[in-house]
Write a protein that binds this ligand. Structure first.
Ligand code: GLN
Length: 203
């Protein structure tokens, strides 16, 4: 067993990172902000890519020299949870944009897919068999998901939560609600990853 307290890094260059940190604290996990390269010296068991403006986030990740180091952590299996803009950052293909994402998850997304009128809305939806509140804020649409992508939630036939190996994404924002179901789900992924790391180190 790995007894060190779980440490979640939250990308904090732009967007709704404070809400994720508050939610993680409510879930009894330690969270720290990632603003520059030196923050990656901190022990890290999982990463959250928050909502915000994906174009700005990608630009800042490159300017701060964080893009490649974070990408290799994720390629090496670090669990990651991308919300909204964070989902866009993980998608292999962004249909209506030329920006370069991490491109690590076998999904195609359309940014701002719900148009101006329906830009933001709120529904009760089922995530992993549990009904939870789902706020959508200028959300992306998962237009296509590859065979190895597990669909965890749909709303009106649209995929709004999905998982592929170490990657979890939601098009909605659970961190602005009081419901911690999605964060607990992610923290279980992180715990499994920590357990596997420990097994490897004693094998
Ligand atoms: N519309 C934003 C984008 O394309 C995402 C919105 C959000 O993260 N709430 O980056």
């Amino acid at each position: 067993m790995n007894h060190r307290k779980t440490q979640i890094g939250v990308l904090a260059v732009q967007g709704a990172f404070a809400e994720h940190i508050a939610m993680l604290k409510r879930c009894q996990a330690d969270a720290f902000e990632i603003r520059s390269l030196k923050d990656l010296q901190h022990p890290i068991d999982g990463l959250i890519l928050p909502g915000g403006e994906s174009t700005v986030q990608i630009k800042l990740l490159h300017e701060l020299g964080l893009f490649n180091p974070l990408k290799s952590l994720l390629e090496n299996g670090l669990p990651v949870y991308g919300t909204c803009a964070g989902l866009i950052l993980l998608a292999e293909k962004i249909e209506n944009d030329i920006q370069k994402s991490f491109a690590l998850m076998d999904i195609t997304v359309i940014r701002n897919a719900y148009g101006r009128q329906l830009g933001s809305f709120f529904v009760q939806g089922v995530f992993n068999q549990k009904e939870i509140p789902m706020p959508f804020i200028r959300a992306p649409l998962i237009h296509r998901a590859g065979n190895s992508v597990e669909i965890l939630s749909t709303v009106n036939h649209d995929i709004v939560a999905a998982k592929q190996q170490n990657k979890l994404v939601t098009a909605f924002h659970p961190e602005v609600t009081l419901d911690s179901t999605v964060h607990h789900y992610f923290l279980r992924m992180v715990q499994q990853y920590k357990n596997n790391q420990t097994e490897k180190s004693i094998a």
